[in-house]
Design a protein around this ligand. Structure first.
Ligand SMILES: [Zn+2]
Length: 552
């Protein structure tokens, strides 16, 4: 109210600052209803105290938003600036309310990397209503307001005045509730990513203007000394063939191989495989995990790297192997930039593809032709193929499985998961795991057909897990420090043909005896190089989970 006093409306026109104040209050109160709902559900505060705390918190958000907007409170810029914040808050609110996600930098990266097909999966009339209600209605009002014309100097002084006043008020209020505020933020770190629209603004600034600690230096060559170790008893006509299946959004908890009570792995259960039980992902989203999985740096060093490095596939190729990336998803996140690659998601193959996407099994229809295009002298040494699955990509799980794989019914067919009965969400998700089980068994079957000329093996690992309504959280992408185990525990399954066991001197029996050993994505780079007998100074034997079983 003190702020309003600075700007008495004159002759029906609106001052820029009055619009800023109204917008800030709207955003703080209505644009944050998910935050208020979550805050009310916390046991930390009770009774009247809780109301007082909530009001103070809202005032702080309004003040900081007003301070931010006061920098843009010029005749020409104020309406666009307010509109952008309203839209950011509306979209964030929808995703926060529907999926329990929060808005942080990796989440915004994901939004930018999402392709149109995934975006289409997420559109719904609820999104439309949220955006119209929280942003559309106030924007119609906003753009109809005639603006007051002030000399630039005068406007500058007023804007600075509001900026200082708003920050002072915010600072004073924080002081008043500091104890509660600090402990709440410490105990519930996720709350800070739920403050609209400041979370989106921060994430966007973090991506663009804030100097990032992301690598700036030139691409570093990796494993220049890489070569294939000479192996005793390798018949030259049967080189190794490894299929590395890069899974999508598959969580370990939903695999019957890992103790899930539903039969989600009926086919893999019949194969001589090893399913590792405790595998931690590098990140909680595709954009975070995938580059880290192929990196020689572990999770901790990967996030601190000052340079980009070449990856596992570059080293395998440098050692002399034929390498191929088949992508049935939205791309390889720069991991296949220097190796032969194809995308199968846009193919139009009857029985494999419908309504703009293809089943993961489509990759098997292309593999023979694509492999024959690779240089023969490389194939004679051995081949590594990455198959990047569409897997269990949500929220439209039901779209990932053909009718004959819908073992669990009824399925949730609403992309707003929180609108479905939780059982239906779990059903739809479990069906995607049943289909992945089928896909992996098909990969193994194909590898078995290659045994005449190759020595085949398969390694399957998912990029991150998924929340299915546990504690009301859906999907994935929570900051790693607060992410639940459902998002960070992934399946890791290996299949070695008898000839591969002989060649690598690693037995499945020994791997199975080690299946409870805690592993993580940090192990992948070194384990694949070890399995493929690549000798290089970047290889670390202690991270190679096959090494312990060598000679077994
Ligand atoms: Zn993913």
């Amino acid at each position: 109210m003190r702020i309003m006093f600075l700007n008495p409306p004159s002759q029906q026109t609106r001052s820029a600052l009055s619009l800023v104040v109204l917008a800030s209050i709207w955003l703080a109160v209505l644009g944050n209803w998910v935050l208020w709902r979550n805050l009310l559900a916390l046991p930390d505060l009770a009774g009247l105290h809780r109301l007082f705390f909530g009001a103070a918190f809202a005032l702080i958000i309004a003040c900081v938003t007003a301070a931010l907007l006061s920098l843009l409170a010029w005749r020409v810029t104020v309406k666009p600036a307010i509109s952008v914040l309203l839209l950011l808050a509306a979209f964030s609110t929808y995703y926060m309310a529907m999926y329990g996600i929060v808005v942080d930098t990796p989440m915004v990266v994901n939004v930018f990397q999402t392709d149109t097909r995934e975006a289409r999966d997420q559109l719904s009339w609820r999104l439309l209503i949220t955006v119209i209600g929280l942003a559309g209605v106030p924007m119609v009002w906003l753009w109809r307001q005639p603006m007051q014309a002030l000399p630039l100097g005068k406007q500058l002084i007023r804007n600075l005045g509001l900026f200082v006043l708003a920050l002072a008020l915010a600072f004073g209020t924080i002081q008043m509730i500091f104890q509660d505020f600090a402990s709440l933020m410490r105990n519930h770190t996720q709350l800070r990513y739920q403050i609209n629209p400041l979370n989106s603004v921060y994430a966007l600034l973090d991506l663009t203007v804030i100097p990032s600690d992301a690598p700036k230096g030139p691409m570093q060559v990796l494993g220049e000394d890489a070569q294939i170790k000479h192996r005793e008893g390798l018949p030259p006509q049967r080189p190794p063939l490894l299929v590395f299946v890069l899974g999508e959004t598959a969580r370990s908890q939903s695999f019957s191989l890992n103790g899930y009570e539903r039969a989600t792995n009926p086919l893999l259960a019949q194969e001589n495989i090893t399913s590792f039980q405790h595998v931690a992902s590098c990140g909680t989203s595709t954009a975070e995990s995938v580059p880290c999985m192929f990196s020689h740096l572990g999770r901790a060093d990967f996030s601190k790297r000052t340079n980009e490095f070449e990856n596992m596939l570059d080293v395998l190729q440098r050692a002399g192997y034929a390498v191929l990336w088949i992508d049935n998803q939205s791309g390889c996140k720069d991991q296949c930039n220097r190796i032969p690659n194809i995308n199968t998601s846009d193919l139009k193959i009857f029985g494999e593809c419908e309504s703009g996407e293809c089943r993961d099994t489509v990759m098997l229809t292309q593999i023979d032709a694509e492999l024959s295009k690779l240089p023969a002298e490389r194939r004679a040494r051995g081949t590594v193929v990455v198959m990047h699955q569409m897997g269990s990509h949500g929220p439209a799980y039901f779209k990932r499985t053909p009718a004959e794989f819908k073992t669990f019914k009824p399925e949730c067919t609403d992309t707003s998961l929180s609108q479905c009965d939780r059982n239906q969400v779990v059903n739809a998700y479990d069906n995607t795991i049943v289909f992945t089980d089928y896909f992996l068994s098909r990969v193994i079957a194909w590898l078995k057909t290659q045994e005449k000329n190759h020595t085949p093996a398969m390694l399957y690992v998912s990029d991150h897990g998924e929340s299915l309504g546990e504690k009301n959280i859906y999907l994935h992408g929570l900051p790693y420090s607060v992410a639940p185990p459902e998002q960070t525990t992934v399946p890791l399954i290996t299949w070695l043909s008898p000839s591969f066991e002989k060649l690598s001197r690693v037995s499945t029996r020994c791997l199975q005896a080690n299946r409870d050993k805690p592993l993580s994505h940090d192990n992948l780079f070194h384990s694949v190089l070890g399995l493929m007998s690549v000798k290089t100074s970047v290889y670390q034997r202690e991270l190679d989970f096959f090494a312990a079983c060598e000679g077994s």
